[in-house]
Design a protein around this ligand. Sequence first.
Ligand code: GDP
Length: 140
Amino acid sequence: MAIQRTFSIIKPDATKRNLTGAIVAKFEAAGLRVVASKRIQMTLAQAETFYGVHSERPFFGELCEFMISEPIVVQVLEGEDAIAKNREVMGATNPADAAEGTIRKDFALSIGENSVHGSDAPETAAEEIAFFFSGLELVG
Ligand code: GDP
């Protein structure tokens, strides 16, 4: 498998509890390299666009309000098979189902406040990276 890039968000529940470094340490221990990183606070319009694929889901409003409630850290992670590896390190969406040692098992509060986002496919990774980062910010 080739070297890939994927997009990650450290969500409000985690930045609020000062877990940014602990979460980045899990990425690095898994062989993922942070090649771009910034702390931002999304607007409601940005959150609604980013999560547009979920707009018909019952939790959409709650999800968008949560994602703008505190700053987030958006990152580009690079490594061998980075998209799948990041999903593995994140763990299942619901922390109750997440495997031991994963970010969501160790840190997530609930299925909604689950500490991290990670792209699920190469197309979404490319779209999500471009949504938050310009080419000049991606130095590798
Ligand atoms: P992911 O790829 O593992 O993040 O999961 P999904 O793409 O299915 O869902 C996107 C995000 O929506 C999740 O990470 C949660 O933050 C949120 N979410 C998913 N299901 C629920 C739910 O049942 N309730 C609430 N409040 N949020 C949810």
